[in-house]
Design a protein around this ligand. Structure first.
Ligand SMILES: NC(=O)c1ccc[n+]([C@@H]2O[C@H](COP(=O)([O-])OP(=O)(O)OC[C@H]3O[C@@H](n4cnc5c(N)ncnc54)[C@H](OP(=O)(O)O)[C@@H]3O)[C@@H](O)[C@H]2O)c1
Length: 247
């Protein structure tokens, strides 16, 4: 899975799964764009770590829910590396509440980042992906998009929405040999999972056949595989990485 010379943009890669994905792509030779919304220190630290290992990376601040921010990020990326070959739409948030308490604002906040951000980034980098030799659109969904989850109607709607979006883009991108796929992790030990109350975490754990939460590293190698030439004939797929919770 050599990614020498490929330019990969990972949204929301200052922390968590995105950070791990960016690091793994860089270790395989890619030029990496570390996008973040507010964690500048985390993003700069990751760029430093990649450069210390003789990799190439830049940090790029942009709130993916803001189209103008994403357009400005494209200018920065273009100046540093040229066109983007691989876009990993990873940035995502939760605002968890039972539906009876969920306000319109709770709904829209999550939709704006988890789906609006995917629209914005895919739109702005679409021509790059289609024209790249092995263009890759990789959307990070969730097992919650497959199963639903108590208190996450807004989040589950966004993560299911990515399935239809990805399959449609797979059809529309196919003519140039570029691909679109979803990676759908189960529950991964990051800040996002930390926000879930411990008693709920224990309940989830009982439902995971492999009997543990995923580490970030359980996800990153699979994303790098999808980013690589080795996955050239795979498109429109949902790749579950969930310890056996769903298939
Ligand atoms: N953790 C899980 O159990 C799990 C399971 C399945 C799927 N996922 C999905 O995996 C992805 C990453 O999750 P995670 O657990 O790594 O989350 P996390 O630890 O909360 O990190 C979220 C990342 O997204 C960035 N971000 C949030 N809103 C943004 C915005 N508007 N614009 C740009 N960046 C933004 C954050 O940047 P700042 O640091 O600047 O805020 C941070 O880098 C999400 O799409 C999530 O839905 C997670």
């Amino acid at each position: 899975m050599n990614l020498d010379g490929q330019t990969c943009l990972v949204t929301g890669s200052s922390r968590g799964i995105g950070r791990g994905i960016a690091l793994d792509l860089a270790e395989r030779g890619a030029n990496v764009v570390v996008n973040y919304r507010s964690s500048a220190a985390g993003a700069e630290a990751l760029v430093g770590e990649i450069e210390d290992a003789d990799g190439r990376a830049i940090a790029a601040q942009a709130d993916v829910s803001q189209f103008e921010d994403v357009e400005a990020m494209r200018e920065e990326v273009g100046a540093a590396f040229g066109e983007v070959d691989v876009l990993v739409n990873n940035a995502g948030i939760t605002v968890d509440k039972k539906f009876e308490k969920m306000t319109r604002e709770d709904w829209e906040t999550v939709i704006d980042v988890n789906l609006g951000g995917v629209y914005n980034c895919t739109k702005v980098f679409y021509d790059d992906l289609r024209e790249a030799e092995h263009g890759r659109l990789i959307n990070i969904s969730s097992v919650v998009g497959q199963q639903g989850n108590y208190g996450q109607a807004n989040y589950a709607a966004t993560k299911s929405g990515l399935f239809g979006f990805t399959r449609t883009l797979a059809l529309e991108m196919a003519a140039t040999g570029s691909t679109a796929n979803c990676v759908a992790p189960g529950f991964v030990t990051t800040d996002m999972l930390d926000e879930v109350p411990k008693r709920v975490q224990e309940k989830i754990l009982r439902e995971i056949p492999l009997d543990r939460f995923a580490t970030v590293e359980d996800i990153t190698g699979i994303v790098s595989f999808v980013a690589s030439e080795a996955s050239s004939y795979m498109t429109g797929q949902v790749i579950g990485v969930n310890g056996g919770m769903e298939w």
